[in-house]
Structures are given as C-alpha cells and as structure tokens.
Design a protein around this ligand. Structure first.
Ligand code: NAD
Length: 297
C-alpha cells in the first residue's frame, strides 16, 4: 500500500515559508503584486483565476484582476499586457490560458515582460530553464519537484517517465528532472501520444509523472512495484452528483496505490502545489525586481 503524498499539506508549508519573505518585502515598502488576466467564458478558467486571486489575498500578495470580453479584439489583450508590464506595482503577470482562437497565444506569451513572467512560458525563460539557469520554474513541474523533495524521493539515478509533452507540464518537467541539480539527475524518458510501448517504459519507471489528460488510463498493473506516482492529470468525468461531474487523474488511483510506493491523489496532490508555486514565483519576482533580498527555500 502506497504512502499518500499530501499536496495540500506541502502547499500549506510552502505558503507558510513564503510569509517571512512577504514580511521582509513589506517592511521594505514593497507588496508583491500578481496580475491575472482572464479573456474567456470558460467556467474552469474562471474558477482557476478566482482561486489564484483568493490565494493572493490569503498570503498578503496584492491581487490585480483584469477581465476582458472573450470576443474583444486581440489588441485589447496585447495592450493590457503592455500596461501591466509598465506598472511598477505588478511584479507578476499571468494570462489565463487558453485564450480565444482569434488571439495569437505565442504573441501574448512573448509580450509579457520576462521579468514578470511568473508562469515561465516566455521563450527567454524557457531557454533559461533548459540551460539550467531558470528565472522562474513553471508552477506545475516546480510543484512536483517540491513534492518529491518533501517526501525524500530520490531522483538521482532514478528512471523517471514523464507521460505528456506539453509546454506547460511535460516538457519543463522533463527538463527539470534531467538537470544536474537537486531533485534532478534522473534518467528521464518522455512518452507522448505517438509512443509505441508506453507500458514497457512504465514498467521500468521508479518515478512516473502522469500529465496526459486521459482519465485513469495508467493502471496499477502497468507500474513497477514501489514506484513513486505523481498524477498531474485533472479530468472532468460525468458523475451522478450535484455538479454532474467529478475530477479524476490520469492514474487509476485504487489499483495504482496497491503497487506504488508513494502516490498523489486527485484532487489534493499536484493541484494545490501549482497554486502555491505561483505565489512563490510572484514573491521571487518582487524580490528580483526590487533588489530586496529574501530567503526562499
Ligand atoms: P495537453 O493536452 O497539452 O498535453 C497532453 C499530452 O499528453 C500531450 O503531449 C500528448 O502527447 C500526451 N498524451 C495524450 N494521450 C496520450 C497517451 N495515450 N499516451 C501517452 N501520452 C499521451 O495537456 P497538459 O496541459 O499538459 O495537461 C495534462 C493534464 O494535466 C490535464 O489533465 C490537465 O488538466 C492537467 N493539469 C493539471 C495541473 C495541476 O495543477 N494539477 C496543471 C496543468 C495541467
């Protein structure tokens, strides 16, 4: 029976450890500020943004929220980003993805000042991450690293399999795991939709990071005995409850926990970590931009 990796508890520890840094910044006259920009009618995106704003309030980060009509001209979004880039009280900018089809996603990501790009998606920040000199680590893979660290999971020399190759999870996750750095040094395989023998790769994995967006498709029988399983997936599946749906991960939790050595639940695993690391990156951004030194773990 696997140990349950408690993302809520580790996220609370991260938030707690940020409070000293926030106090240091405030004592020096700086309140970290995070701007969220929403250009979407998607209820899930609306929920994500409101949770991020609530998180800010809880830890004493200034939350600035800008909402644009989903059918507004793309230029309005580019102009909004320019204004936030110029605003000294804004240290971090997050444009909630996906943006509507008529907006050029790459242009939006390039428009954000790399110093304020707390998602870490600007090409300059992607390049720095790959080069082993990250300015901001993207929130979800950074959160996964914190979970592995908190539970003393040895990554050095381990066989890690990342399932998924997206720009926001799979690729940066693999890049972090191969770094010659703490919570790195793993022999890392990236599997994706064209992978021929996913089960063969999984059967060798000491660490599995599942980020494919396929409900419960990794089952216990595919895993190596004692593996650490980090389930990034958040999938809405129909359910007979009040909401009409429930959230499930990419891993079939009940069968996987019988084989794994440690496993994250969904919800309550990676999700809270992603939110905590956004606050972390915002506090780090405020320090970098003002030159006020803080001690971030
Ligand atoms: P995405 O759709 O951009 O990428 C999915 C990736 O999975 C693709 O690279 C694809 O090649 C791969 N894939 C798809 N089917 C596969 C299969 N059968 N076998 C192997 N690989 C396969 O998704 P994403 O944005 O990376 O998100 C992945 C999942 O993680 C989603 O469920 C998303 O909701 C969730 N997510 C969770 C958090 C969090 O905080 N917990 C953050 C971001 C994303």
């Amino acid at each position: 029976m696997a140990d349950i990796i408690d993302g809520k508890a580790v996220a609370a520890d991260v938030r707690e450890s940020l409070s000293d840094s926030i106090t240091t910044l405030k004592d020096a006259g700086v309140t970290p500020g995070l701007a969220t920009v929403l250009m979407s009618d998607d209820p899930a995106s609306e929920t994500y943004v409101s949770m991020k704003q609530r998180d800010c309030e809880e830890v004493g980060v200034d939350g600035i929220h800008v909402e644009l009509d989903a059918d507004a001209p793309a230029q309005e979004l580019y102009d909004t980003v320019d204004e936030l880039n110029a605003d000294e009280e804004v240290h971090g900018i997050l444009v909630q993805m996906p943006v509507p089809d008529h907006v050029d996603t790459r242009r939006v990501l390039r428009a954000i000042d790399p110093a304020k790009d707390v998602d870490g998606f600007h090409p300059e920040n992607v390049g720095r991450l790959v080069a082993g000199n990250a300015r901001f680590k993207p929130c979800t893979p950074h959160g996964v690293q914190k979970l592995l660290e908190a539970y003393d999971i040895e990554t050095e020399g381990a066989e890690a399999v990342v399932v998924g190759r997206s720009d926001i999870v799979g690729k940066p996750m693999a890049n972090l795991l191969i770094q010659k750095a703490p919570i790195g040094n793993a022999t890392t395989t990236v599997c994706h939709s064209r992978t021929q023998d996913l089960e063969g790769h999984l059967s060798r994995a000491d660490i599995v990071i599942a980020a494919a967006g396929r409900p419960a498709f990794i089952t216990g029988d595919m895993l190596k005995e004692g593996a650490t399983v980090v389930d990034v997936g958040i999938n809405r599946v129909d359910a007979e409850n009040e909401k009409g749906y429930e959230l499930v991960g990419d891993v079939a939790y009940e069968s996987a926990k019988e084989v794994a050595g440690a496993i994250t639940p969904v919800p309550g695993g990676v999700g809270p970590m992603t939110r905590a690391m956004l606050l972390y990156n915002t506090v780090q951004a405020a320090s970098q931009q003002t030159g006020i030194e803080i001690d971030l773990a």
